[in-house]
Write a protein that binds this ligand. Sequence first.
Ligand code: OSB
Ligand code: MG
Length: 367
Amino acid sequence: PRVSKFEAFQVSLPLVRAFETSSHRKAHLEHILVRIEDGDGTVGWGEIASPSDPYYSAETVDDCRLMIERYLAPVLLEAEWEHPSDVGAFWARIRGHNFAKAGVEMACWDLWSRSAGLPLARALGGTRTAIAAGVSLGIEPTVADLLAQVDRYAAEGYRRIKLKIAPGWDVEPVRAVRAARPDLPLHVDANGAYTEDERAVFTALDDCGLTMIEQPYAPGALAAHARLQTRLATPLCLDESVEDLDQLDTAITLGAARVLNIKVSRMGGLAAACAAHDRAVAVGWQVWCGGMHEFGVGRAANVAIAALPGFTLPSDVSGSDKYYERDVVEPPIRAADGLVPVPSGPGLGHEVDEDLVRGLASAVLVR
Ligand code: OSB
Ligand code: MG
């Protein structure tokens, strides 16, 4: 295909419940939805799920707007491609900016798989008809508030619960949840908020029956993660530390973890995320699909990739209703009994409400 029209819409949606992590608190999220069209009028959608602020990674939503306008849209509009796995090579010389790249590449996968009449999951090599869903719970004002959230999502049937932790909100809330729910698959995510001096927190958490401890230390601290892993029975999981296959290679070589959270955005696209899946599974790491509170477009892509055979642990891909009252796609992503069905229709398998997106957009780019 050749993309003849490129549009991007910056859209803000309110969260049904404010979400707090070790770095900050958010009550609404602002993502960029990418719409591309080829000469035959086939349309593809992608989502740039970059946070607004540079606390998760260096990228921000404003950086992404500039990147697509100045680099990614012009390159794509000049290119002829056979398959979406070729698209990443067009911007291989652009360093970083993985969220922006991932959103544009996602639109190419949607367009291509729609023209081919294939569900995106099948185009990626996915074999599952449904994926196991978990939820990620933010830091709450009190332990009682957290226990109420745990009760709610456990009752909805989600297969595991992940708790955000931060210095001052770690061993106590985790022990409280474990005491209330002895058999619930549970893990924690620190978003890199600790240093090696605070290792005692993790030796205490090692006795809580956690499936994993996600990103205890800063993204670049691979050697420190490896030292911590040798002291813990609980597997470590990397998220922020792995933005490309070379970083994954280093992490594997050092033994910095045993589990990988695969995010399409963080890896810079679906092709790179599939490659990370293959590499991690080949060396015996477990993988699961992480999220960035995606709207329906990015969430549908997460469902598609989580259909790959190596995604053996429940994902962070909960139903749209966990975050948004009204999603930008129809039907919204739904979980029932902790499972999200993999759509059988072509492309992302969900239709974007274009009028809604155009109406909500605070910034629009047309090329
Ligand atoms: O670390 O996995 C993370 C959300 C935003 C940024 C980072 C993370 C998260 C989540 C929520 O944990 C995952 C989701 O439900 O989309
Ligand atoms: Mg994480």
